[in-house]
Ligand binder design. Structure first.
Ligand SMILES: [Zn+2]
Length: 247
């Protein structure tokens, strides 16, 4: 293979790696923020569940307080029942007692409702606790992976930068400026030929060009997209006819 062609192929590999690694590193802050958001949401979920348990308990205590008041009044009425002088007063007192008893039943029903609700809220709180514990673990793990990846990519980018500088120094000025020019315009400057077509722009090579290029011993630009073309090294025989395949 033409020495500069081979170098330009390697140069493009380094450049493509660099671009994707830089994009990935640039994504990291928003990925880390996504982890913060997930953790905050699980924490909020637990706080909400706890607040609802506390509200339920407070509401139940308020009803219990009302109930105690009514019960005090009820026993006072019952005590006064012995002291009434007239039948009219007696009837009036019975009415008061009946009303208070109705109120007692009503408040007892409300306490029962709160107790049922308390069971459900306790279950929800337990779920929220479990979810937060699980999320904390997963998020911590993902955060570590993200940090490790950042460190690794930054190291690899430094290595790529120095490899690139070395490679650039070895390529002749003409091919190098062609590479940079086409890369600036097209994003990539080197393309494989696949089945006599430029794999980047899908335009077919003229037969003569294809024949000359097949040996990869020259620098040849696609007539359509200007990318520097090469034939990929012959692929290894496909494994599908390998041994041991029975059907
Ligand atoms: Zn092309």
């Amino acid at each position: 293979m033409h020495a500069d062609l081979e170098r330009l192929i390697r140069l493009q590999q380094i450049d493509l790696f660099g671009e994707s690694a830089r994009r990935r590193v640039a994504d990291h802050p928003s990925l880390a923020q996504g982890l913060d958001t997930r953790l905050a949401s699980a924490t909020d979920g637990l706080e909400t569940a706890r607040a609802r348990v506390a509200e339920n308990q407070a509401a139940r205590r308020a009803v219990e307080k009302d109930l105690a008041m009514i019960q005090t009044r009820l026993s006072k009425f019952k005590g006064q029942l012995m002291d009434v002088k007239t039948n009219k007063e007696y009837q009036a007192m019975l009415k008061e007692i009946e009303a208070a008893q109705t109120e007692v039943r009503h408040l007892e029903d409300r306490i029962l409702e709160r107790m049922l609700e308390a069971d459900e809220l306790a279950a929800r709180q337990k779920n929220a606790e479990a979810r937060l514990a699980a999320d904390k673990q997963v998020i911590a793990c993902e955060r570590t992976q993200l940090e490790e990846e950042t460190t690794r990519l930054q190291r690899e980018l430094e290595e790529a930068t120095s490899k690139r500088a070395q490679l650039v120094a070895e390529v002749a000025p003409g091919p190098l400026s062609t590479y940079e020019l086409v890369r600036g315009r097209r994003g990539t400057a080197v393309a494989e030929v696949k089945g006599d077509y430029c794999s980047a722009c899908h335009v077919r090579l003229r037969p003569q060009a294809a024949n000359e290029l097949r040996r990869n011993d020259m620098l040849f630009q696609c007539e359509s997209c200007q990318r520097i073309l090469y034939y990929p090294p012959a692929a290894a025989p496909a494994a599908e006819n390998g041994t041991g395949a029975h059907s």
